[in-house]
Design a protein around this ligand. Structure first.
Ligand SMILES: [Zn+2]
Length: 258
C-alpha cells in the first residue's frame, strides 16, 4: 500500500512500523473495524505519536473500491519495473531528509514538538492543504492578505512573519535570523542549525519553534477568533512563553531572551 508518489506506511512512519505486530493486515481489514491502532504495541515516544498523527491523516484520504489489489513498481509511471528506476531508487532517501533529532532535543514542550515535526514537513493544515482536501476556506494568507497561504509562506516568507523574525533576531543578538526568501522549509531548518554545538543547537531550535508556533497561533486567532495583533505583540507572546519555560525548569538559562 502506498498513499502518495513514493511513500508506504513503513516510510511515512518508520518508528510506528516497528511497533506493529499485525503487519500483514490489509488497509481494508483495518479500516472496516476502524481499529487500526489495535495492531500497535504501546507508544512511548513523542516521535511515535507524531508519526501516528501523520499516518492517520493519510489513512483518512483512502477511498476503497471493489477492484482487486495489484502489485505495481512504484518508481515508474507505468508501474513496470526498469533497471534505471531501481538504480534511481537507491538515491532516494526513504528516511528523514531534515534534522529531526533537533526537534526532539529542543527545549520545548510536547505540543511544540508535534507542531515542529509537522511544520518542517509542511504538513500543518494551511489553506493550500485544506483546499486539496476540498475543505472550503479563504486561500489567502491571513497575515498579509496578499499571497496564497502555504506553510512556507505563512511561517517564513510572509512580510508579517519576517517582521516577527527580524524582531526575534534583534532580541537574541543575531542568534536567530530572518529566513532567506529562497529557502524551502527543510533548508531553512537544516541550515539554521548546521554546525552549531549541542547546546547552541538546542537553544536555537527551541527559539525557532517558539517563533513559528506563535506565528501559527496568530494566524489561528485571526481565523477562529477574529482578533488581529501586530508583530511586536507576537514577540511579547514568544518571550512570555520562553520565560515561563525558564521559570518552570528552574534556574538554568535555557534561552536568553531579554
Ligand atoms: Zn502572508
Amino acid at each position: 500500500m502506498r498513499f502518495d508518489s513514493y511513500k508506504a506506511p513503513r516510510d511515512i512512519a518508520p518508528n510506528l512500523y516497528k511497533l506493529a505486530w499485525r503487519k500483514n493486515r490489509t488497509v481494508r481489514d483495518d479500516l472496516q473495524d476502524s481499529n487500526w491502532t489495535r495492531g500497535l504495541r504501546r507508544m512511548t515516544t513523542m516521535e511515535e505519536m507524531a508519526e501516528m498523527l501523520i499516518l492517520e491523516s493519510y489513512i483518512r484520504t483512502v477511498r476503497l473500491n471493489d477492484q482487486q489489489d495489484v502489485i505495481s513498481w512504484k518508481l515508474t509511471a507505468s508501474g513496470q519495473y526498469t533497471t534505471k528506476s531501481a538504480y534511481g531508487a537507491q538515491l532516494i532517501g526513504s528516511y528523514c531528509t531534515f534534522d529531526s533529532k533537533a526537534i526532539w532535543k529542543a527545549k520545548v514542550e510536547g505540543k511544540h514538538r508535534f507542531f515542529a515535526w509537522l511544520l518542517v514537513q509542511c504538513k500543518i493544515l494551511t489553506a493550500d492543504k485544506l483546499l486539496k482536501r476540498n475543505r472550503p476556506c479563504d486561500p489567502l494568507c491571513q497575515l498579509c492578505h496578499q499571497v496564497e497561504e502555504s506553510a512556507g509562506h505563512l511561517i517564513l516568507h510572509c512580510v508579517y512573519a519576517k517582521e516577527v523574525w527580524l524582531r526575534m533576531s534583534q532580541e537574541t543578538n543575531g542568534l536567530m535570523q530572518v529566513p532567506s526568501t529562497e529557502l524551502t522549509m527543510e533548508e531553512w531548518w537544516n541550515l539554521s542549525l548546521q554546525g552549531l554545538n549541542k547546546e547552541l543547537k538546542q537553544r536555537t531550535a527551541a527559539l525557532m519553534i517558539y517563533t513559528a508556533w506563535n506565528i501559527w497561533k496568530e494566524r489561528n486567532r485571526r481565523i477562529f477568533e477574529g482578533i488581529a495583533a501586530l508583530p511586536a505583540w507576537v514577540v511579547t507572546m514568544i518571550k512570555e512563553e520562553v520565560n515561563l519555560r525558564n521559570w518552570a525548569c528552574g534556574g538554568g538559562e535555557l534561552l536568553s531572551v531579554s
